[in-house]
Design a protein around this ligand. Structure first.
Ligand SMILES: Nc1ncnc2c1ncn2[C@@H]1O[C@H](COP(=O)(O)OP(=O)(O)OP(=O)(O)O)[C@@H](O)[C@H]1O
Length: 257
């Protein structure tokens, strides 16, 4: 039996209650272990798409499956464990007195206790290089450290797919690189929403361009970023002087990428 893809979005269309149509029949499959960047200009529908992945938004046409399980009211608890969303602002995700309690929150709610819970928290914090900060209050950490803890809160649930919303925003160059190293080291499927095109190129072999609620392109990140007509048509701009030919994403291989 073949393993189902981490994510299968099929014919997804959605209009907000005010009638604004944000998605027009999106099809997207992300295989196990892939790291895919979701690119597109402001208002393209990226957030709308992401909010469908764990059922925060629903009610339009089409289907979303996570590791074969359809996203729907009946499966919501399991879907939310499988789809780990790291929001842009870590303070939306961290609300407990200590880092340890924040990372323990999800697994504890799922029933983990005692030594098992401790081990789960420790492993998640080790994966993001934050084990030494377990007893610190999150609000005493730097922004970059808080983002890493936010990633740990999601990893502690052992998600099928890690969805990151603008992971490099507000990070200084060293923190940005450290987070890239962490993301590369994880053995998990990643969907990364970003306007940071060099970061997409560095981390994701494949990118998808969403524009006006439809997928305008899907292919190797380097090829898309070198396609000047495509970039112009969808308001995508590389930083001044950046040469997409000079950087290549390291391939994803299971375990120790
Ligand atoms: N609650 C809402 N009600 C009505 N329209 C909305 C709502 N939220 C978003 N929209 C509209 O849906 C479209 C897609 O928005 P969305 O936030 O998904 O885009 P995005 O690609 O994530 O943009 P950005 O890069 O700015 O975050 C936009 O035209 C937006 O104005």
């Amino acid at each position: 039996m073949t393993t189902p893809a981490s994510l299968e979005v099929s014919g997804l269309a959605f209009a907000y209650p005010d009638g604004h149509q944000a998605l027009f029949g999106v099809d997207l499959t992300v295989g196990r272990g892939e790291r895919v960047a979701l690119l597109g200009p402001n208002g393209a529908g990226k957030t709308t798409l992401v909010l469908h992945l764990n059922g925060i938004l629903s009610g339009g046409a089409g289907t979303v499956r996570v590791a074969g399980l359809p996203v729907g009211k009946r499966n919501l608890a399991e879907i939310r464990r499988r789809v780990g969303i790291v929001f842009q602002d870590p303070d939306d995700q961290l609300f407990m007195p200590t880092v340890r309690e924040d990372v323990a929150f999800g697994p504890a709610a799922a029933g983990l206790r005692g030594a098992e819970l401790e081990a789960c928290v420790r492993t998640a914090l080790e994966r993001v290089g934050m084990a030494a900060f377990a007893d610190r209050p999150p609000h005493h950490l730097s922004f970059g450290q808080r983002r890493r803890v936010a990633v740990a809160t999601v990893l502690a649930m052992e998600p099928e797919i890690l969805v990151l919303d603008e992971p490099s925003s507000n990070l200084d160059p060293a923190s940005r690189r450290e987070l890239a190293d962490i993301l590369r080291s994880l053995d998990v499927t990643v969907l990364m929403v970003t306007h940071d095109l060099p970061y997409a190129l560095e981390l994701c072999e494949r990118s998808v361009v969403l524009s006006d609620g439809v997928i305008a392109a899907d292919g190797p990140t380097g090829d898309l970023l070198r396609d000047e007509d495509l970039m112009r048509a969808h308001r995508l701009e590389l930083p001044f002087g950046f040469d997409p030919g000079a950087v290549a994403a390291r391939p994803a291989t299971a375990g120790g990428r």
